[in-house]
Design a binder for this molecule. Structure first.
Ligand code: ZN
Ligand code: ZN
Ligand code: ZN
Length: 256
């Protein structure tokens, strides 16, 4: 399984507009965080999870070659506003691309991108998307995908467990509370990627400390913190987290 972090930042990105703090002005490129998105390749199938406002730049910089399906965690602006750029993959791949999400997320996507599905005579017929509402496990190619509910804001939010060829991955970028049933489904994955906004408490996200507590219970072989804000300096945070946990950064690639 190959995973590439296309973006690792919180909703406003890092640097933050108008901020001259040490992280926002850092020369370390790992402190430059676009909005959160993940590319996964396994068994010849290519997925992206979430399409942030930075999606076009991310695809260009990190050379995403193909998108066989898009998975959505939820419909907040920082996870969906680059969705229109999927149309290039319609053109390249000469086909419709499925997009998966909870019924509430699919409804929001159809509202925000209300031109999707218009017929070709309108001149506004891309992206060409086959929306799929998910409530339980499904497959794309030979990848098995399990949507896992988490508490983030009042609307439903999903994390995902992805299994292919004996490899497993958990991805939960936006989460305030993880239900026990979701935690049980993530236990023992090879790689776990989890929300860790900052040290101070937040109403819709996990703090670094809360995230580390959950990661310990999940017990993945490798764990990565994601959806970070400008209060976390990369190197400093990396040194402070325990063995087996790393701070993700844009462009980080895992292959196992
Ligand atoms: Zn987010
Ligand atoms: Zn800053
Ligand atoms: Zn969110």
């Amino acid at each position: 399984m190959k995973v590439m972090f296309l973006g690792t930042g919180t909703s406003v990105g890092v640097p933050v507009i108008g901020c001259d703090c040490r992280v926002c002005t850092s020369a370390d490129v790992r402190n430059r965080r676009r909005r959160t998105s993940l590319y996964v390749e396994a068994a010849g199938t290519h997925l992206v999870i979430d399409t942030p406002p930075d999606f076009r730049e991310q695809v260009l910089q990190f050379k995403v070659p193909r998108v066989d399906a898009v998975l959505f965690t939820h419909a907040h602006a920082d996870h969906v506003l680059g969705f229109d750029d999927i149309r290039r993959f319609n053109t390249i791949q000469k086909g419709v691309i499925p997009a998966f999400g909870s019924p509430a997320t699919v409804a929001d996507l159809k509202r925000i991108f209300d031109y999707i599905g218009l017929d070709e005579t309108s001149g506004m017929f891309r992206p060409r998307i086959d929306f799929r509402e998910v409530a339980g496990p499904f497959e794309v190619g030979s990848i098995r995908i399990e949507p896992l509910p988490v508490v983030h804001d009042p609307k439903p939010t999903l994390g995902y467990r992805i299994d292919a060829q004996g490899r497993s991955l958990g991805f939960v970028p936006d989460c305030h509370v993880m239900p026990d049933e979701t935690l049980a489904r993530l236990k023992g994955v090879d790689v776990m990627i989890l929300d860790a906004l900052r040290h101070r408490p937040h109403k819709t996200h996990l703090t670094v400390e809360e995230s580390l507590g959950l990661l310990k219970r999940i017990g993945a072989r490798r764990s990565y913190l994601i959806h970070l804000c400008h209060e976390l300096e990369h190197e400093e945070t990396e040194k402070a987290v325990p063995e087996g946990v790393d701070v993700s950064y844009d462009g980080l690639t895992l292959d196992w």
